[in-house]
Design a protein around this ligand. Structure first.
Ligand code: PEP
Ligand code: MN
Length: 263
């Protein structure tokens, strides 16, 4: 993962013509969880119109409480594929266990490793053998070095298509869900050749903070963003408080375009 191994920034092609890293900003958007056909298709169509390049949505959800909604599973994967057929957007979805990888491969363009699984070494080793990009989220209690070593598990297995994602770390601050560590962006850029994106949704837990943290992340040099968007955040089964609605996301995309043309 280090700069010593590769001086120039590595790029990851997530779908034909959709590249992240090396100066290509990638915005991934979509709901925390796939809920039903209307929700995912409507979101996919709207975010595409606003300029997002990929659709996110969890079919397998790592919930803190075992009685919380755990995701639609295979039905969710089929709905993601349907949204892709309709919009052409590549799909980003979380894999929680090595046993699910084969079943997910036909549906996912990027396999996401969640914060809670950053040091699930058997999962990381299995993903090292897969021919699909991996989005490796930072563990909520992981140092930058631990995170880079987790990336190393995937790279050393032979899969060079790794994208890092800063999503906030636990701190003493209770007003926000996590403390978004934007230091990590320029730090990773100096230590590693891997692309890094930022998740301002989990990083703050609060939709009112998402636009400013998105712009700050891009200004800090991030290669893109992953943003939670829901057509009706108040009704969302998970993470509604931190989800933008379709109009708020459209406004955010306009601000990002303005920022990127200014820097
Ligand atoms: C998610 O992206 O929905 C998610 C569960 O994120 P994290 O693993 O960062 O908590
Ligand atoms: Mn979420």
């Amino acid at each position: 993962a280090s700069r010593e191994w590769l001086q120039e920034e590595s790029t990851v092609e997530i779908a034909p013509g959709v590249v992240i890293g090396g100066g290509n900003a990638l915005v991934i958007a979509g709901p925390c969880a796939v809920e039903d056909r209307e929700q995912i298709v409507k979101t996919a169509q709207a975010i595409k119109k606003s300029g997002a390049m990929a659709l996110r949505g969890g079919a397998y959800k790592p919930r803190t409480n075992p009685y919380s909604f755990q995701g639609l599973g295979v039905e969710g994967l089929n709905l993601l594929s349907e949204a892709k057929r309709i919009t052409g957007l590549p799909i980003v979805t979380e894999v929680m266990t090595p046993e699910d990888i084969d079943l997910m491969l036909p549906h996912a363009d990027i396999l996401q490793v969640g914060s809670r699984n950053m040091q699930n070494f058997s999962l990381l080793k299995a993903l090292g053998k897969v021919d699909k990009p991996v989005l490796l989220k930072r563990g909520m209690m992981a140092t930058v070095d631990e995170w880079l070593q987790a990336a190393e598990y995937i790279l050393s297995g032979g899969n060079f298509n790794v994208i890092l994602c800063e999503r906030g770390i636990r701190s003493f601050e209770k007003r926000t869900r996590n403390t978004l560590d934007l230091n990590a962006v320029p730090l990773i850029k100096s230590l590693s050749h891997l692309p890094i994106i930022v998740d301002p949704s989990h990083g703050t837990g609060d939709r009112t903070l998402v636009p400013s943290m998105s712009l700050a992340a891009m200004a800090a040099g991030a290669d893109g963003l992953i943003v939670e968007v829901h057509p009706n955040p108040k009704e969302a089964v998970s993470d509604g408080d931190q989800s933008l609605d379709l109009e708020e996301f459209d406004d955010l995309m306009r601000s990002i375009k303005r920022l990127l043309s200014a820097i």
